[in-house]
Design a protein around this ligand. Structure first.
Ligand SMILES: Nc1ncnc2c1ncn2[C@@H]1O[C@H](COP(=O)(O)OP(=O)(O)OP(=O)(O)O)[C@@H](O)[C@H]1O
Ligand SMILES: C[C@@](O)(CCO)CC(=O)[O-]
Ligand SMILES: [Mg+2]
Length: 333
C-alpha cells in the first residue's frame, strides 16, 4: 500500500513571534504545497528521501539510534529532523514499529517564512497515519505537527502546523483557532532568496526577552493589540477600501515592532520599503524573519509592487489563500 498526502504553505498576516508568548496571530494557508508519499519497507528502518531540499539526492536511513548515510552529507540528520520526529510520533501513536519509507517533494522554499517545516511535518503525519490505518482528524494532525515542531525547535506556538493542517484563514491563540471569513486579499509575497532558521530566530527573541523583559514585554503586548485590532477590522462591516487601508497601517506597525525585536534584515526591509513606495498600503515580514519573505497588501497595485520587489533584488510571488489544508491525494492498495 502507498499513500500520497499534501499540505500547504502559509503566510502569517499578523503576530509572528508574539504568538510564541501566548498572544493571538492571524495566518492563511497559501497555494504552494509539500507532497509526501509513504509506504512500508521490508528492512524495518525509517527511510527518508528528500527530493528537493537543495541538498540534491539526499537519502538517509534511521534504525533505533543508528543513522545510515546513503549519501555523504554531514548535515543530513539535522535537516531531516522534522520528518523523522513526525514519523516517530505517528508510529508511537499507532503503537507500531514498522519500516516506513517516505519520499518528499516540495514547492515551498525552505527557511523562507512560509512554513515549510510545518507543511513537511503535516504532510508526513497525514501520509504515515493513513498508511498505518489511523484515522486522525485534521485537528489531531495539527497537534502532532505542533509536537514535531516543539521537539525540533524547542519552542513553537503551533500556528504553522494548525494552518497547514486545517487550511483557510485562521485567528489562532494558545492552541485554539477560529476560522475567519474568506476575504479576497490582494497580496504579493516577496522572497529575499536568503533563509533564516525559525529555531534560531525564536531563540534570539527569547534571549532579548530574558535580558530586557521590561522593554520586550510591551513590544509583545503591542503586537497582540495589533492582531486584535486587525481581527476587528477583518470582521467589521467597512468598505473594502477602508478595510485595506487600516490593515495596511497595522501591517506597517507590526513590521516596525518585528524590526525592534531584531528579526528583520536589510534585504527584508528593502523589499518592504520598495513595496510601500510602489503603492502598497502595508508591507511586513511574514514568518520568522532573518531572511525569507515579506508580504505586501496592494489592492490594484499588485503588478507594480511585484516589479518593485524584483528591482529591489527580491522574487515576487502573487499567491492566493488555499481553502484546503491537509489532503490525502492518493491511496494505492
Ligand atoms: N521539503 C522538505 N524536506 C525535508 N525537510 C524539510 C523540507 N522543507 C523544510 N524542511 C525542514 O524544515 C526546516 C526549515 O524550517 P524552518 O522552520 O526553519 O523554516 P520555515 O518553516 O521554512 O519558515 P517559518 O518557520 O518561518 O515559516 C529545514 O531545515 C528542514 O529541516
Ligand atoms: C516565529 C513563529 O512565530 C512563526 C514562524 O512561522 C514561530 C511559531 O509561532 O512557532
Ligand atoms: Mg517553520
Amino acid at each position: 500500500m502507498r499513500v500520497l498526502a499534501s499540505a500547504p504553505a502559509k503566510i502569517i498576516l499578523f503576530g509572528e513571534h508574539s504568538v510564541v508568548y501566548g498572544k493571538p496571530a492571524i495566518a492563511a494557508a497559501i497555494d504552494l504545497r509539500t507532497y509526501v508519499w509513504a509506504e512500508f519497507n521490508k528492512n524495518g528502518r525509517i527511510r527518508i528521501e528528500a527530493k528537493d531540499i537543495k541538498i540534491p539526492g539526499l537519502t538517509v536511513s534511521f534504525s533505533e539510534s543508528e543513522i545510515y548515510f546513503e549519501t555523504d552529507y554531514g548535515k543530513a540528520a539535522e535537516v531531516l529532523s522534522y520528518v523523522r520526529e513526525a514519523i516517530n510520533l505517528v508510529l508511537e501513536e499507532a503503537g507500531k514499529q514498522k519500516g516506513v519509507t517516505v519520499s518528499i517533494t516540495s514547492q515551498i522554499p525552505v527557511g523562507a517564512g512560509l512554513g515549510s517545516s510545518a507543511a513537511v511535518a503535516v504532510a508526513t503525519i497525514g501520509a504515515v497515519s493513513k498508511l498505518l490505518g489511523l484515522e486522525l482528524t485534521k485537528e489531531e494532525v495539527a497537534k502532532l505537527g505542533h509536537k514535531t515542531e516543539l521537539l525540533v525547535q524547542g519552542a513553537s506556538s503551533g500556528i504553522d502546523p494548525t494552518v497547514s493542517a486545517i487550511g483557510g484563514f485562521l485567528y489562532y491563540e494558545k492552541g485554539t483557532f477560529e476560522e475567519l471569513p474568506a476575504i479576497e486579499l490582494p497580496i504579493v509575497v516577496g522572497y529575499t532568496g536568503s533563509s533564516g532558521s525559525t529555531k534560531e530566530l525564536v531563540a534570539k527573541v527569547r534571549r532579548s526577552f530574558e535580558e530586557m523583559p521590561d522593554i520586550i514585554t510591551p513590544i509583545l503586548n503591542s503586537m497582540g493589540k495589533v492582531v486584535e485590532k486587525a481581527k476587528e477590522v477583518i470582521l467589521a462591516d467597512y468598505d473594502k477600501e477602508i478595510k485595506f487601508q487600516l490593515l495596511g497601517q497595522l501591517m506597517n506597525i507590526n513590521h516596525g515592532l518585528l524590526d525592534a525585536l531584531g528579526v528583520s534584515t536589510k534585504s527584508l526591509s528593502d523589499l518592504v520599503y520598495a513595496s510601500r513606495e510602489a503603492g502598497a498600503l502595508g508591507a511586513k515580514i511574514t514568518g520568522a524573519g532573518g531572511g525569507g519573505c515579506m508580504y505586501a497588501l496592494a489592492p490594484g497595485k499588485q503588478s507594480e509592487v511585484a516589479t518593485a520587489i524584483k528591482i529591489a533584488g527580491g522574487m515576487p510571488m502573487i499567491t492566493k489563500i488555499s481553502r484546503e489544508g491537509l489532503r490525502i491525494e492518493e491511496v494505492e492498495e
